[in-house]
Write a protein that binds this ligand. Sequence first.
Ligand SMILES: NC(=O)c1ccc[n+]([C@@H]2O[C@H](COP(=O)([O-])OP(=O)(O)OC[C@H]3O[C@@H](n4cnc5c(N)ncnc54)[C@H](O)[C@@H]3O)[C@@H](O)[C@H]2O)c1
Ligand SMILES: [Zn+2]
Length: 356
Amino acid sequence: MKQQLIFTNNTAETIDTLVGRLAPSSLVVITDDNVDRLVLPQLQADSKALAGAYVIKCRPGDENKNLDALSTVWTELERAGATRSSLVLNIGGGMITDMGGFAAAAYKRGMRFINVPTTLLAAVDASVGGKTGINFNGYKNEVGAFAESEAAIISTVYFKTLSHTELLSGYAEMLKHALLQSREAFASLLDFDIDNSTASGERMLALLQTSVEIKRRIVETDLHEHGLRRALNLGHTVGHAFESYAMRRESPVPHGYAVAWGMVVELVISHLMLDFPTELLHSYADYVRTRYGAFDITCDDYPALLELMAHDKKNRTPDIINFSLLRDCGDVVIDSTVSADNIKAALDIYRDLMGI
Ligand SMILES: NC(=O)c1ccc[n+]([C@@H]2O[C@H](COP(=O)([O-])OP(=O)(O)OC[C@H]3O[C@@H](n4cnc5c(N)ncnc54)[C@H](O)[C@@H]3O)[C@@H](O)[C@H]2O)c1
Ligand SMILES: [Zn+2]
């Protein structure tokens, strides 16, 4: 992985140092309206490099991670006079790092970019590992590219203005990394009281660093997702189906919530097929039910959910649904083929565990 990961709560200075080193012909910031209001004024005041940058503001929300918005970003890059030797700074949540990264990767056949994640989800996941893209035709992340940022500047200072929902959304990806790592890592996250702790504090920065390092180690072995990287799909085959289904029902759910619920279903499948320990499944399901509530489904929703799971781009043939499953924390089995019957059985058990 060429991407440099910098953990610091001194973001402005870090931006100035990096921009100085990369010496771009011009600097363009891609952000959204919320981040422009909540984060940018202070950063612009503290950073010399940012003071003169051209700012492209997108409408916030995953529903705006689309072709129209991308086209507007490219138009604005032209207006800014950006060239291949310019530098893009994506300052925002995962929606901005995904779309801004893709915009930069394709503009003039590729320009350099840096991610400055401002949500927990973007810090722990979206801004790291080189996946960029947009939603298309009702499907999540349908069009995109592998493109690594020069660096991700990861900090907890921006989390002060995040809603509890956004914090929990990011925390789900941390739980996923911990499940992929070890029982100890998993237990330390179940112990951390995300509801009552200061998410911008030092302890959080340390947990965040551990979590990102787990992802980095996996991605380093397999940047283009031919093998081990698929471990990071834990919770996502069902999670993406829930997320797309929620979009269809016109009541979108945050990505991390969908993953938290999806991981319950996939741990149930892991239990049914690989004997994933019951007590770990129950402690995870209890944690999720208490903090995230439940994604409400009935058996009438199963056919549509199965169709969405089969469409997931990680499934190489349309009829076979592949999952990343766990025998235990830290013991992952990628490319497990799961029958429709097992998925339906797991969705039944999910509804029991969630009390719906
Ligand atoms: N590329 C990857 O590997 C990867 C991995 C995981 C998720 N993703 C993508 O990330 C996106 C979800 O990321 P997200 O949850 O960060 O979404 P987001 O970017 O839509 O941000 C969520 C909301 O928080 C606001 N916000 C951002 N920073 C803030 C701050 N500091 N204070 C207050 N509000 C702030 C945003 O304006 C937005 O309204 C999805 O599009 C998902 O597909 C990508
Ligand atoms: Zn995710």
